[in-house]
Design a protein around this ligand. Structure first.
Ligand code: 3PY
Ligand code: MG
Length: 257
């Protein structure tokens, strides 16, 4: 049996919110610290963070060593990154800008071994981190590795029911900044605006109808509470640099007499 933090699927199926931190800085030392904060997992942002794959390798190892699931938001929805991140010991890949059913199918093919997909074999680091033999890893991998399609464009929203019905897809993840920029034709970011929330309710419904996990990028308590109220359960709670900024601002405020 793999360690519990490799069984993200059971943790998510048990219900209850899964609130994870979000990292942008390419540091394994910092990842080890962030993984010990009171969050359920750590997501490495390879799209907008400064994290490349060589950085992610040490960070994923540090997060697993702390007993937390390691998640990755990939740079793009390409055919190589999911397998590479899972080989390194990640439990979940969140792919940005998945706009069509065909793009969702590509994501699943890249992430899953046959018969669900065509992931290529070679997860030596993951096997060691999970404490599994090759045969055990092969048996458990499609269960241990989860893929989420990001819904963050008007096109994705129009196709969300078809995307959600993609066999092998594990969840939908809303990028509310990009989604609200798209819905407003570039006028602004409204993470809890009326149109954004209506669109997000449609994403939750599509996820639930297909037994998928509904996730979104939160970022602060007010936004997280609003999204929990819509039925999202898998939420990015805070970015590490923003936690530092807030901590510093709070300290400075407390020191002012
Ligand atoms: C978005 O809100 O668009 C995201 O991708 C979250 O980082
Ligand atoms: Mg985005």
């Amino acid at each position: 049996m793999a360690a519990a933090h490799f069984d993200l699927r059971s943790r998510l199926a048990s219900g209850g919110p899964f609130l994870f931190s979000w990292m942008t800085a390419p540091s394994a030392a910092l990842a080890g610290q962030v993984a010990r904060l009171p969050f359920d997992g750590v997501c490495l942002d390879m799209q907008h963070g400064m994290i490349g794959f060589p950085d992610a390798v040490g960070m994923i190892a540090a997060i697993n060593a702390a007993g937390r699931p390691a998640l990755v938001r990939s740079l793009w929805n390409d055919a190589a990154t999911p397998g590479q991140c899972f080989d390194a010991g990640a439990s979940c890949v969140i792919a940005p800008m998945v706009n069509t059913r065909a793009q969702a199918e590509l994501l699943v093919r890249a992430a899953k071994y046959p018969p669900m997909g065509s992931r290529s074999w070679g997860g030596y680091t993951a096997q060691q981190a999970a404490g599994l033999s090759p045969a055990e890893y092969l048996r458990g991998a499609n269960r241990m590795t989860m893929v989420f399609a990001m819904i963050e464009t008007v096109e994705a929203l129009e196709n969300v029911e078809a995307i959600a019905a993609t066999p092998g897809l594990d969840g939908l993840f809303v990028g509310p900044s990009d989604l609200s920029i798209a819905l407003s034709s570039g006028a602004g970011i409204e993470k809890t605006g009326k149109h954004t929330l209506a669109a997000m309710a449609r994403v939750v419904a599509a996820a639930k109808a297909n037994g998928l996990v509904a996730g979104a990028f939160g970022g602060n308590a007010e936004v997280i509470k609003t999204y929990l109220g819509l039925g999202f359960t898998f939420l990015a709670a805070a970015v590490e640099v923003e936690l530092m900024q807030r901590g510093a601002a709070e300290l400075n405020k407390a020191l002012q007499v």
